[in-house]
Each structure stands twice: as structure tokens, then as C-alpha cells.
Design a protein around this ligand. Sequence first.
Ligand code: AMP
Length: 326
Amino acid sequence: MKYYILFGPPGAGKGTQAGAISKKYNLKHISTGEMLRAEIAAGTELGRQAKELIDAGSLVPDSVVEGMIENTFNTYKDVAGFLLDGFPRTLGQASDLDQMLARRGEKVNAVISIMIKDETIKQRLQHRAEIEGRADDANEETIMNRIRTYHKQTEPLITYYKNAGKYHEIDGECGDIEAVRKAMLKVFRGIDKLLERQVVLDNALFDQVQKLAHDSPRLRMNYDLRNSEEDQSQRMINVMLPGTKTAIHRHNLSSETVMLLRGQMDTVFYNDKGVEMQRIHMGGDTGVLGVNIPKGQWHTFEVHELSIIFMAQDGPWSPLSKENML
Ligand code: AMP
């Protein structure tokens, strides 16, 4: 089974775009918002509890939505996978989802994010209230609360999934609904090709990752070589384009091995004050093909031309914490 997350603020167009993708890739579309609205309409106990929170623009408890998600995973067996819309919405839900999938021997395959500005959220929700009559779209105070809830609780997921090398972003204002759909299908095609090619690490695979890096606002893309998030090692291919910015960071639990497969780039070492201490140029005619970055060493990468590296570290992956970034 494949597990995709359709991410974005309220009004980004997730529900509008989900149909085309789920049909093309035979995915079961799960919208937690729609499921909750169905519970309210049916007058169930769960619906009664959720209504007040939804009408105020707040989130319902994690356990409620997680129960609905797991039920749906258990119910649909004849699909190629699931397209999650509106879930996860908090870091807690994201980590619970990782655990839920790990128990099934599965993982999140990719996150496709549709981004729009706050002002656009407001306009779209007001417009949607006129058409659909949703109480949580209707008044300005509720809308502002949903925008605040999004920034505070949901936006941190972007970093979570970026660090996992699973995040792909689309500009939700790049044109009309059809233009956004085309952009989404393009990203999906790229991801789908990648997922098909998990055994041979060849030029065709690198070219696919390279295309996704070009489409990414971060100008780089990871290709994860692990079996699951619980793996006791970290192994990945990283395609980086000139202009990509990597924070000065360190890994406190492991040294890191970086081998250059294509291109030219520098690994730069810093002291605790962020002063550059050593610059190792890799590629070109230097004869330097890799570096072993000691545990705890502050470092970053500067890319001179499109570069592809293989990176490896000990221990399971976890997101970089603030004290490990300068
Ligand atoms: P949506 O249709 O995705 O905009 O969801 C409508 C409302 O349902 C949200 O504002 C929340 O109150 C609730 N909701 C939907 N999904 C979740 C979730 N994953 N976690 C908590 N609350 C949710």
C-alpha cells in the first residue's frame, strides 16, 4: 500500500484536487474533515462532541481522528493506497501515523503540499461559505482562528516531512484549478516513478530525483534508502542544486559519511561561534570524492554545480533539534 498526504492550509484546494489524483492512482481519499461533518449530520455522539470544536475553528482531539483513520485503513483492502487529506494536522498526529504505519510494515511515501497565502485562505473560505454553507467558513473570527491553528499546530509538519525527505510543494496560486491540478499530477508522476525504482541506483533514478529537486522551492531533494523510519541507520541520496541553503548544523549522535556521486561542492566546517574553520572542495579535479564529518562537528554544504551525494549515519533518523543548528 502507498500512503500519501495531501497537505496545505484550509482553502488550499486539497478536497478539490483529491478526486483526480485518487482516481488516477486508485487511492482511497480520506478527508477527516468530511468524515467529521458526516458524523455531525448523522447526529452521532462523536459528531456532537466534535461540532463545538469545529464550529470554533479548533482541532478535535488526536485520538478521535486517529481512530477514524485506522478504521479506514482496515476497511479498504482493494485499493493501491490512501490519500490523506486534513490528516495529520499536528506533530503528535504525524508521529502517531508513523507508528501506526510501522506496525503495519508500511510508511508515509510522500507529502504533497499546496501552499497559498493567508489573505487567499480568508477570501476562499468566505467564498466557500456562500456556496457550501459550512459553519466553520462563515464568520471572520472562526476563519482567523483556523488560520492561527494552522500556523501554530499544522505548519511545523512541513519541517518534519522536509527532514524526512518526503515533502513536495506546489504553488496553489500558480493559476486556476486546472493549472494546480496539472502541477500536482506532474509531481505525482515524478514520485510514482521514484517509488517504482527502489532496487537499482542508476542514472535514471538520479535523473528522476533531479527533476523533483528542480521543482522544489528548497532546490534539493532526498531519496531515502531506508526500509522504514525505525531503521537503525540513515542512508540517502541527496540531489542539490546551486543556491540551495543548508543550515550550519551538527549531528551529536553519529559521524556522517558523504560521498560525491556527481557535481562539485564544498563541505564547510565551523567552530561553535559559526566561524569558518575548514573548507573541503569535492569533485572537479581535486581528487576528493567524499568527507567523513566527525560527530558533533558544525558543518554545512555549498553547492557549485548540480551535485548528487550519498550520505550515511548511524542510528535511527530524527529531526534536527534547535540546539543542533547554528
Ligand atoms: P477540514 O475539512 O479539513 O478543513 O476540517 C474541518 C475541521 O474538522 C477542522 O477545522 C477541525 O476542527 C476538524 N478536523 C479535521 N481534520 C482534523 C485533524 N486531523 N485533527 C483535528 N481536527 C481535525
